[in-house]
Design a protein around this ligand. Structure first.
Ligand code: ADP
Length: 439
């Protein structure tokens, strides 16, 4: 009967297919559970025991009960007056229920859910109810309620099935997607608006002013460059996200790679009169994807060049293989007052060794409170000057994703006014040429 109600819900579009399926499965479990426990105890005299023992569905019923107990979705059976007659372990954990069950209204302070359960206890069909809680943590729940009329009752009472589907991660992913789209469009719209403005000016009063035209064209060129940097970073981010779950298999020498990146950045260092030095005492072989590791080093070294003052030095230091603790928490490089934070860290097994690359500059540094948000997409520390080419705020997000894919780590140490050290570390190639923490 309950299953029929649910199928009707589905047919009339009030429940999705998955919800209906989950609800029917749990309902089947509930009904059999109810049949085997509550109804048989209440009506033991009216139920010939031979029927229960010999019933061909007993084994199925027992399995359904076990399924219900293991179902990771909170399911409850609410009896007359709102009394909780059954709650599976997931429901007990979700609502913090003790051994004694009590009344639904005393454990779930959601008037709309209580009201809907009340209606279901009168045999009414009810719509799912969505609610959100902010404390202790933000969560979004969809309560699916269905009236149930058990057949074994001598005085039939409606009961209500209550399923609490936790939709927090779905809502969070939706919000992140929406925020990301809003941010990406905003970032692209700014240079576009400026381009449109300059085109308008060039067609209007600057039409016959060659000097102004040259100046405006130079600004327009910078804006198009910025847009293409943004699009490249966005594409790079989506490519990396796509294969983040596939561990890399290459064997890369970070010392060689860092040398290549430094050569590539020659023109940028020359422009700012920056002395870029590499300290790499030995070959440093890690398991990785060469192009992605190059992107990591390039992002960190480019940032150091970008934020370092003119006529200063940037040091890239590669350290020989060390334990996780040594690479993640080395002795402070910039002094005891420096803010330190781990932005990404791997799950390490005992004995795993990592090679760290540390990029140190003497730029403006970053305040402690800003460190936490560093690898957020589009985050830029406000009021910071990065020279002619304004950043996209995506570089460190890209670094973090690549580091995660490589089962590596990313840390930062910084002192406002005293420079920064950005470090990444990656698992070393073992003798057999296999990554230590490969499953
Ligand atoms: P961007 O393209 O803006 O540099 P990133 O994601 O690489 O984007 O960096 C995010 C923000 O972190 C930067 O906008 C800057 O405010 C800060 N930042 C990154 N690297 C440094 C550094 N070496 N020194 C000071 N601030 C930095």
């Amino acid at each position: 009967m309950g299953s029929l109600v649910l199928v009707l819900f589905w047919l009339f579009g009030e429940l999705g297919f998955v919800e209906t399926f989950v609800a029917i499965t749990t309902f089947a479990g509930l009904s059999t559970f109810y049949y085997l426990t509550v109804s048989t105890t209440l009506n033991a005299s009216s139920m010939p025991s031979a029927v229960r023992v010999a019933h061909p569905t007993d084994a199925v019923a027992a399995s359904a009960d076990v399924m219900l107990q293991h179902l990771p979705i909170p399911v409850m059976l609410i009896g007359p007056g709102g009394r909780i007659e059954m709650a599976n372990p997931a429901a007990r954990e979700f609502l913090g229920l003790g051994a004694l069950e009590g009344h639904l209204s005393s454990v779930l302070r959601q008037p709309r859910v209580i009201e809907a359960v009340g209606a279901a206890l009168q045999g009414e069909k009810v719509q799912p109810v969505e609610y959100a809680t902010l404390a202790p943590v933000e969560s979004h729940v969809r309560a699916i309620i269905a009236p149930i009329q058990p057949t074994g009752d001598s005085v039939p009472h409606w009961r209500a099935m209550l399923v609490l589907a936790d939709e927090t991660s779905i809502k969070r992913a939706d919000r992140m997607r929406a925020d990301f789209l809003a941010n990406a469009s905003h970032e692209l719209r700014t240079p576009l608006t400026s381009l449109a403005g300059f085109i308008e000016t060039l067609r209007g009063h600057a039409k016959d002013d060659p000097e102004a035209r040259e100046r405006f064209l130079a600004i327009m060129f910078d804006q198009t460059e910025r847009m293409s940097r943004l699009i490249n970073d966005l594409l790079s981010l989506s490519r990396i996200e796509m294969d983040e779950h596939v561990p890399p298999i290459g064997d890369v020498d970070l010392t060689v790679l860092a040398g290549e990146v430094i050569a590539l950045l020659g023109p940028q260092t020359a422009d700012k009169k920056i002395v870029l030095s590499l300290e790499a005492p030995e070959p440093a072989r890690v398991v990785g994807d060469r192009d992605q590791l190059m992107e990591v080093l390039q992002n960190l070294i480019e940032n150091a060049i970008k934020y370092a003052p003119v006529d200063s030095g940037v040091l890239v230091r590669i350290e020989p293989a060390q334990s996780r603790d040594q690479v993640e928490r080395p002795a402070p490089i910039l002094g005891d007052d420096a803010g330190r934070l781990t932005l990404a860290a791997p799950k390490s097994g005992p004995g795993e060794r990592y090679i760290a690359v540390r990029v140190r500059d003497s730029g403006p540094g970053i305040k402690r409170r800003d460190l936490l948000r560093l690898s957020e997409r589009f985050y830029r520390v406000s009021g910071q000057k990065s020279g002619a080419s304004e950043g996209t705020g995506l570089g460190l997000a890209i670094v973090k994703h690549i580091v995660n894919r490589h089962r590596g780590g990313l840390t930062v140490e910084s002192v406002p006014g005293g420079g920064s050290v950005f470090s990444v570390f990656f698992p070393t190639v073992t003798k057999a040429g296999v990554e230590a923490d490969r499953p």
